[in-house]
Structure formats: C-alpha cells, structure tokens
Write a protein that binds this ligand. Structure first.
Ligand code: 5GP
Ligand code: MN
Length: 323
C-alpha cells in the first residue's frame, strides 16, 4: 500500500461512494458502516450503495447512515469510489458490475479476498486478514488515525470481525484480531449486543427450515469426509424463507466428527447458489472457481450453477472426488 497516495486521495476527495458485494454479509455491512462512520469523522459526504438489499437482521446496523440499493435509472455523482470486501467488479452482480468497472472517479479497494483484480487505482488487499473490517482497522492504524475510531465505527468493525471469523474461532484469527477487539472494548463497545443482534434474531420458521435441512436433506459421504445439504425453491417457500435464513447453515457439516468439507446448494430463480466450506488441509476455493464459476477464500467459497437443483447436484456428485 502506498500510504502517502492513500492519504492524499482521501484528503482531496469530498464525495465518497461506498460499495460492497452482492448478497452483503456481516463483513460487507460492517465494512461499509465503519467506512461511513470514518467518512463522517473526516467531514466527508458519502453514500453507501448496495447491489441488493441486505438481509433484514443486518439493516438495524445501517440506521442513521445514508444508504441505498443500486438503481440503474439514477445517476450517482461522487468523486471517489470505495470497493469494500470484494476483489472484482463481477462480485457486485450483473446489474451493477459495469457501473462499478466504468465509474469515472478514482477507486480504492479495501479487501481480504485472495487474487484482487486490477480495477482500482489503489488496492489495499490483505488476504491474511480475517475480515475486511480488520483491513480497514489496519489501514487506519497505518494512517495514524486510530484516535478517530468511535463507537459507531467500532460497531461496524466488530460486526465484520465476529461474522467472518465464526465468532473468533477460524484459523484466520490472530493476536492482531484480539488486540483490535481489546481496543474496541476499551473505547466502550458493548460487544454482546452485536452478537445478540446477529445471532439471537431467529424466526421460528428459520429454525424449522434449518432443522428440516439437517434432518431430511443431509447427504453424507464418509469416505470423502464430505457432506452436502440442499434446499429447493419449494422447500424454501414451505418454511417462509427470508434472506439470511440459511446463512452459516453449511458450517454444521464441519461440526460432524471426521468431516472436513461441506457444500450447501440453494435453488433460486436464476439458478443454484453454492456455498463451500472446509477446514484443516482441505481448501475449496479453487474447486469453486474451476467447476462452479465462483471463488472466495481457501476455507469459505461460493459458486453458481445455471440450471435446476437436480442438475447441479448431479454435476457435484460427478466431481465429488475432486473436492
Ligand atoms: P457464502 O458461502 O457465504 O455465500 O460465500 C463464502 C465466501 O465465498 C465469501 O467470502 C464470498 O466472498 C465468496 N464467494 C461467494 N460467492 C462467490 C462467487 O460467486 N465468486 C467469488 N469469487 N467468490 C464468492
Ligand atoms: Mn469478508
């Protein structure tokens, strides 16, 4: 990272457009919240722009901020664009990717996904970081601006850390992560309220959907130490599916003794969305990229199949020894 260039860029631009990836998760929302709070601290004007609506449990974190969902019929007049928690324009989805790629203002990426593509004037990429909010914090530290971290910023930073680390349990967590949390608690962050806001907001139908998936839809392949969960459109409808209801469901496979890889397939209107998870010696991002048009981290990746759930499962079964 060229610190001087970053510092000058931040200082010399007044209108910040803060973007993140499609299907925003806790780290995506935490990152844009932290960056918007930083923008406010710096006296900048800003807009948080999502490719699609965040899940309802994440929306309370956006209260009080300027935010919206991309609308191709609107014009967005900003002089600096931030790409937070994504590494390629394609990650903002078909509707918004050209808008981001062709946006006439300078762009700054802050991210932790491996393999950043070259679409920003400034790229701050730390694949070793456990979350993008950790990269944001490191960036503020490098700029000697940690004194600007206030409670609103801390809430976004902690949201990203907590959700992208499975509540501080993944190998990506480091001493630095805990030092950062210590600082956030020292300034007065009430961390358990963030945990409750994210994890204690289940609807009964969400729990029933997850219970049904585990009881009825889990396919186990002990020889491959792999489990597969899948849910069809009809099953999702039966349990009144809301965005976010299946978040993290794939991780239950990794909690089965002797299993170190899990795949979750969810049928949507446009096709089938894949979530891959693994641990230990096993990585899933190359498989996701090679066979399912996706990618991500070594232990957590996503992908997509254009076709029916049945076809997607058949393709996955045929490739099972390669995962
Ligand atoms: P999830 O399973 O939670 O949707 O995604 C897991 C991880 O894989 C996230 O870090 C996400 O950024 C990444 N990911 C999900 N879908 C895709 C995709 O289609 N392409 C790429 N490159 N990464 C993805
Ligand atoms: Mn992330």
């Amino acid at each position: 990272m060229n610190l001087e260039q970053l510092s000058t860029t931040l200082q010399s631009h007044q209108n910040w457009l803060i973007t993140t990836h499609k299907g925003p998760d806790g780290d995506a929302v935490g990152s844009v919240v932290a960056w918007a709070a930083y923008a406010e601290q710096c006296g900048k004007d800003y807009l948080i722009l999502f490719p699609d609506q965040p899940a309802s449990y994440l929306c309370p974190f956006l209260d009080g901020y300027q935010w919206g969902v991309y609308d191709a019929s609107k014009t967005y007049d900003f002089d600096l664009l931030f790409a937070l928690d994504y590494n390629a324009p394609s990650r903002v989805g078909d509707d918004m990717s050209l808008f981001v790629a062709a946006y006439p203002a300078p762009k700054v990426m802050i991210d932790h996904h491996p393999g950043p593509t070259d679409f920003c004037q400034l790229t701050i990429s730390e694949p070793k970081a456990c979350s993008t909010t950790e990269v944001i914090y490191m960036t503020l530290a490098a700029l000697e601006q940690l004194s600007l971290v206030n409670i609103p910023m801390a809430q976004g930073l902690y949201l990203g850390l907590m959700t992208d680390t499975g509540s501080f349990r993944f190998p990506s967590v480091s001493a630095r992560t805990h030092q950062m949390v210590a600082h956030l608690l020292e300034i007065g962050l009430v961390h358990h309220l963030i945990h409750e806001a994210v994890y204690d907001v289940n609807s009964v139908t969400r729990l029933q959907l997850r219970g049904y998936a585990i009881a009825e839809k889990l396919q186990l392949f002990p020889q491959q130490r792999l489990g597969i969960l899948s849910l069809s459109k009809e099953e999702l409808k039966r349990f009144a599916y809301q965005k976010g209801d299946t978040e993290g469901l794939v991780n239950v496979i990794l909690s089965i003794e002797g299993f170190d890889a899990g795949v979750f397939l969810m049928e949507a209107e446009e096709g089938v969305k894949f979530s891959f998870r693994s641990k230990g010696e096993r990585f899933v991002n190359v498989f996701a990229q090679t066979h399912f048009n996706g990618g991500g981290h070594q232990y957590a990746a996503g992908g997509f199949y254009q076709g029916s759930l049945k076809e997607a499962l058949a393709k996955l079964h045929s490739l099972i020894d390669l995962i």
